[in-house]
Every structure is written in structure tokens, then in C-alpha cells.
Design a protein around this ligand. Structure first.
Ligand SMILES: Nc1ncnc2c1ncn2[C@@H]1O[C@H](COP(=O)(O)OP(=O)(O)OP(=O)(O)O)[C@@H](O)[C@H]1O
Length: 253
């Protein structure tokens, strides 16, 4: 599996969740992400690719951080490492004051569920479930009990992304922008402190892309969430607090 093939379902291993006690994190950590000396080497047959070469990155709580750079420069690999989906070959990653590279697999899965919401370029919605059900599934995975409560919370989240008139629609009956807004509502399930987005506007036309960008800005600025976005979309630069660029495995800026 390449870094770019990571799916929403990778985060919902029920057995791992059941085995792990919650990890308590400080709500008021000033630095949401602190990565130091991160390296990643891929081995493919006889080839060895050094994709990340000593990456240091600190993201303050409530900031919108963009991660840009040419195709193949390692952005998705770095995002996956910062999310604890991939283990770096070397270096350390602290999220909300917790060193995630030292956590057990099950603790890490649990930590991700509690603290990180994910948004993908391809939306990754369940096609047979309505907008509301897609959000309800995420709430269930995050431990919210009672189907009536989950439905009510899903409605509120869909209202937050201005989709309350589409709650019973299947993904195939929604536009790209509406699908991404469902995906954002799903990412907000459980009120995570960190949102990580991989090319969230790449599949959208300019109007829908603009709506999604505004929504991401609101998520960070009105709710004090930290938002890390991998993107090629220059429009996102207008809402970013910080922009870093990966080049030859080294972070610039
Ligand atoms: N599992 C893997 N095994 C081997 N090589 C990999 C693996 N995953 C990614 N790569 C390679 O690592 C490099 C960086 O990939 P990555 O997907 O992180 O780049 P990216 O900057 O996100 O690219 P894009 O902008 O095109 O999505 C690429 O050359 C890619 O082919």
C-alpha cells in the first residue's frame, strides 16, 4: 500500500479500540504537532528511496498549516507519519504533547480516533449509506452510544457544514462539494483537536472548492482546531497561517 492509498476504514479497527483504554491529552497544549528529525526510507525490490530527510515541523494549536511541494516529494508520506499511520524510519512525532512513535499499535489507533479527523481528496464515503449514516458510523466508531443520539449529533454536524437539507441523500445524489462537506462533518465527529486533510479541494470545481476552504478556515478559527492540509491548491494559501514546502525530502519554510 502506498502512502496515498490510506483509507478511512484503516482507522476503524474495532478490535484494537476495544483493547485500549483512552489516552488523556491536554486540551490546552500550545503546540499541536512537534516533529523532529523525521526520516522515511522506502525499500522496493533493490531500490531504496529516501523520501524524507530530517524533517522538523512544529504546528501551533489553532493554526492552519499547509504542506505543499512537487508531486512525489513526500507530502502524503509525511502526513501519514504525523497521523501515526506510517512509522518513520527515524525521528520523533509529538501530537498534543504525546510521543506517538513510542505508542503501541492499539494505543495509537485509539489516540487517532479520539484526536484526529481525516479528510481525503476522494471523500471516502460509504456509498450505500446516506449522508447522515456516514456521519453516524463515525460517531459509533468514536464511542457515542445510542442510535437516536448519534442521529441527532449527525444532524447537528451536517448543519454545521450547511447540509441539513441533504441528510438523507446517498453520496451518488450529492455534488462533489456536498460529498466533501459530508466528509468534513464526519471528520468532526467526536470533536477532534486536529484535522488532517490530503488534497481536500483537488476534486472540486472552483465554487465548491471555495466553500470547502471557507469551512476549513472556520473549523480552525472558530473552534481552535489545528488543521494540517496537504495541497497543490494555491487558493488555500489565503487562509493558511503557515506554509511549508517539501523539496528533495527536506522541509522548506
Ligand atoms: N509504500 C511505498 N513504497 C515505496 N515507495 C513509496 C511508497 N509510498 C510512496 N512511495 C514513493 O514515495 C514518494 C513520495 O510519495 P508521496 O505519496 O508521499 O508523495 P506526494 O508528495 O504526496 O505526491 P503527490 O503530490 O503526487 O500526491 C513517491 O516517489 C512515491 O512513489
Amino acid at each position: 500500500m502506498t502512502a496515498s492509498q490510506v483509507k478511512f476504514t484503516d482507522f476503524i479497527n474495532a478490535r484494537e479500540r476495544a483493547a485500549s483504554p483512552p489516552i488523556i491529552v491536554e486540551r490546552f497544549q500550545e503546540q499541536a504537532v512537534v516533529a523532529k528529525g523525521v526520516e522515511m526510507v522506502y525499500h522496493t525490490g533493490s531500490h531504496v528511496y529516501q523520501v524524507l530527510n530530517g524533517v522538523d515541523l512544529t504546528i501551533e494549536r489553532g493554526d492552519i498549516q499547509l504542506l505543499m511541494g512537487p508531486s512525489g516529494s513526500g507530502k502524503t508520506t509525511l502526513l501519514s507519519i504525523l497521523a501515526g499511520i506510517l512509522t518513520p524510519t527515524a525521528g520523533s512525532v509529538q501530537l498534543l504533547g504525546q510521543e506517538i512513535t513510542q505508542m503501541s499499535r492499539s494505543d495509537l489507533a485509539h489516540f487517532r480516533l479520539q484526536n484526529i479527523g481525516f479528510i481525503f481528496q476522494g471523500f471516502n464515503l460509504f456509498p450505500a449509506l446516506t449522508a447522515s449514516e456516514n456521519v453516524e458510523v463515525a460517531l459509533k466508531v468514536k464511542g457515542v452510544r445510542g442510535s437516536a443520539k448519534r442521529r441527532q449529533m449527525a444532524q447537528a454536524l451536517l448543519e454545521q457544514v450547511k447540509l441539513c437539507d441533504r441528510t438523507n441523500h446517498l453520496p451518488r445524489d450529492l455534488s462533489g462539494g456536498q460529498k466533501q462537506r459530508v466528509a468534513i462533518a464526519r471528520a468532526l465527529a467526536g470533536d477532534p483537536q486536529i484535522i488532517m486533510a490530503d488534497e481536500p479541494t483537488a476534486a472540486l470545481d472552483s465554487h465548491s472548492g471555495h466553500d470547502v476552504i471557507e469551512l476549513l478556515r472556520q473549523l480552525a478559527k472558530e473552534s481552535d482546531r489545528t488543521v494540517l492540509i496537504v495541497t497543490h491548491d494555491a487558493r488555500l494559501m489565503d487562509v493558511a497561517d503557515r506554509i511549508a514546502s517539501l523539496e528533495d525530502g527536506v522541509l522548506q519554510g
